[in-house]
Design a protein around this ligand. Structure first.
Ligand code: ZN
Ligand code: ZN
Length: 357
């Protein structure tokens, strides 16, 4: 993610801040500009952006719960919800304080995801606008009868809010023998299924996809049953990013896609901070690509990104270990996965270019 700075006083600010810690101006995120901006209050709860034109904005209606700091233009007929919160179809029952707390964790991750999708210039529309191709979210708690399954179905992403509870999530992580489990990781995985539908299904990419990930027309139900019965095949870590990726070509895509988003977002953050880890020679080799030479959204060549990611993730792992934390990126990417990541990069790069044309 990029680095945000209060344009009133110059203080660096977090994406989630709703007030500048230095000058105490209220802050609001403007999705159209991908900027977090200081606000000047007008009458009747409206704001204008400090140093910008007279356009009036309101906070998203979810600001009252402390789960959103995005802005909506104050125009009649405009939704009360920002473009990230318009995607919510179901939110948890807020009469339970624990559910409100979980919802906050969920929304923090979701807003980061929506930032990245905008940054990637991927098609993004709510199901309420486009029922066939749109996206929506259900954030549900386990019911009396049956547990809620986190997953994706034709543009509807369901997240079990128990995943926002640190203890519960860590217990599941250990039970499933996973090296990494986060709420943001769930979002990145499930949105991968959504974009498989949008970018791969019934498109020219499908054959190249099947060459790398396998034929998704095999029974999904049977494949998952087999996976939970037998576990991953021996030697799986030479060609898959995770054990779960071996279950079915759709899961392989979603797992690899999630990693692509981990890498892109973290590289953008490093780039925004001007971090470099003895990678100067690589930076030089990228010259000519653009002004922001190491902006991960620029290079067409995926290898250039991985040359940055290797040293950076190694350094970050070591920083975490210095603090007694687990590795930031507890994975090793084998050549077989590199090829899949590179394919995802090509699909996203072309989608972005086609959108710009
Ligand atoms: Zn400020
Ligand atoms: Zn919102």
């Amino acid at each position: 993610m990029k680095l945000f700075k209060c344009t009133h006083c110059g203080e660096p600010i977090y994406f989630e801040n709703n007030r500048c810690p230095q000058c105490e101006y209220p802050l609001g995120f403007l999705a159209g500009q991908l900027e977090l901006l200081p606000l000047v209050a007008n009458d009747a709860g409206t704001f204008q952006i400090y140093g910008q034109d007279e356009t009036r904005y309101r906070y998203c209606a979810n600001q009252q719960y402390g789960v959103c700091n995005w802005l909506v233009e104050d125009k009649s007929g405009h939704s009360r919800y920002c473009e990230a919160c318009q995607l919510n179809r179901t939110i948890p029952n807020l009469s339970k304080p624990a559910y409100l707390q979980r919802w906050k964790v969920i929304e923090t991750a979701k807003h980061r995801l929506i930032y990245a999708l905008r940054r990637m210039k991927l098609p993004l529309v709510s199901k309420s606008v486009d029922p066939d191709n749109g996206l929506s979210f259900d954030f549900l708690a386990d019911g009396m009868q049956r547990p809620v399954r986190t997953g994706h179905l034709r543009g509807l992403i369901t997240i079990n809010i128990v995943e926002a509870d640190d203890i519960e999530r860590e217990m599941t992580r250990q039970k499933m023998d996973e090296p990494y489990r986060t709420v943001l990781g769930h979002f990145r995985h499930e949105i991968g299924h959504y974009y498989w539908d949008r970018l791969i299904r019934n498109t020219d990419w499908i054959d190249a996809y099947r060459e790398r990930f396998g034929d998704e027309r095999q029974s999904y139900k049977e494949a998952l049953k087999r996976h939970y019965r037998e576990g991953p095949p021996a030697g799986w870590n030479l060609s898959y990013i995770s054990a779960y990726a071996t279950a079915h070509p759709w899961e392989d895509w979603a797992e690899t896609w999630a990693h692509y988003l981990h890498i892109l977002d973290t590289l953008e953050t490093a780039h925004a901070f001007g971090l470099s880890v003895k990678i100067q020679s690589v930076v030089d080799s990228l010259s000519g690509v653009g002004d922001e030479k190491t902006d991960p959204y620029d290079p067409e060549d995926f290898k250039a990104l991985m040359d940055l990611w290797g040293p950076l993730s190694f350094a970050m792992n070591n920083l975490n270990r210095s603090m007694g934390h687990a590795d930031l990126y507890p994975f090793v990417i084998p050549p077989g996965v590199m090829e899949k990541l590179s394919f995802i990069h090509q699909v996203c790069y072309q989608t972005r270019r086609n959108g710009a044309d």
